[in-house]
Design a protein around this ligand. Structure first.
Ligand code: PEP
Length: 251
């Protein structure tokens, strides 16, 4: 049985004060919801403060990015070692990082290796762009992304994958539950070829892309979908709590 996971990716939103206020708004309700892993991914500057706020609760913390070196002269970067003290999860390979910061499959791979080495749990994002989807290339794209991201990684314990079709992220144009279920089934099949059926059945694979309180049920009813990576709707306390609650009821 896979425990579902809902992660809120706040992206480059919220000042420290706003991040604390947003956490305070959802803390009590989120903490009460059972059978779902709940992960908040605020900007780096708020990790320590939110870590204090959620101490002793069932809520977990994640970062939105990480560098692959442990320490040194890399001005502006944050290392896996620094994060390991603060949080459990880290989002790696988000399409916005691939698009705006030129993150290649090789970089994503190095980040995953570095994160796993210090016990951080990576949430690896993969997904096709609109033109690739329209050309029927989804399988090819996600297969290539999986192969490059997981090169030379023999043990993926701790890894979560988020299937995030780029055309659905922040656009209000979500995939259908069926489309997402099919793509995630395919990803699980690829993982079973790489790591065996047992590992594939234990691996959590999330859907991400315009998930809201209004469409969450459609996704959580799907057997292959183990939760969601939520962007915009995770900035609204009532929306995020509702998505987590629906997940707990359906999974
Ligand atoms: C995301 O940031 O990973 C995401 C899925 O964003 P949104 O929910 O806003 O589409």
């Amino acid at each position: 049985m896979r425990v579902p996971l809902i992660a809120g990716n706040w992206k480059m939103n919220t000042t420290l004060r706003e991040a604390v206020e947003l956490t305070q708004k959802m803390l009590r309700d989120l903490d009460k919801i059972k059978n779902v892993d709940k992960v908040l991914c605020p900007p780096f500057i708020s990790l320590a403060a939110i870590g204090e706020l959620i101490k002793g609760t069932s809520i977990k913390l994640g970062a939105q990015n990480v560098y692959f070196e442990e320490k040194g002269a890399y001005t502006g970067e944050i290392s896996p070692l620094m994060l390991a003290d603060l949080c459990d999860f880290v989002i790696i390979g988000h399409s916005e990082r691939r698009q705006y910061f030129n993150e290649t499959g090789e970089i994503v791979n190095r980040k995953i290796i570095a994160a796993l080495k210090v016990g951080l749990k990576p949430i690896l994002c993969i997904g096709e762009r609109l033109e690739e989807n329209e050309a029927g290339r989804t399988e090819e794209i996600v297969t290539n992304q999986l192969n490059s991201s997981l090169t030379e990684i023999s043990n993926i314990t701790g890894l979560t994958i988020a299937y995030e079709p780029v055309w659905a992220i922040g656009t209000g144009r979500a995939a259908t539950g069926r489309q997402a279920n099919e793509a995630i089934g395919l990803i699980r099949h690829k993982i079973s070829k790489l790591y065996g059926e047992r590992v594939a059945q234990d691996l959590r694979i999330l859907y991400g892309g315009s998930v809201t309180a209004d469409n969450a049920t459609e996704f959580m009813q799907q057997p292959e979908i183990d939760g969601a990576l939520v962007g915009g709707a995770s900035l609204k306390a009532d929306q995020f709590v509702s998505i987590v609650r629906q997940t707990s009821e359906l999974k």
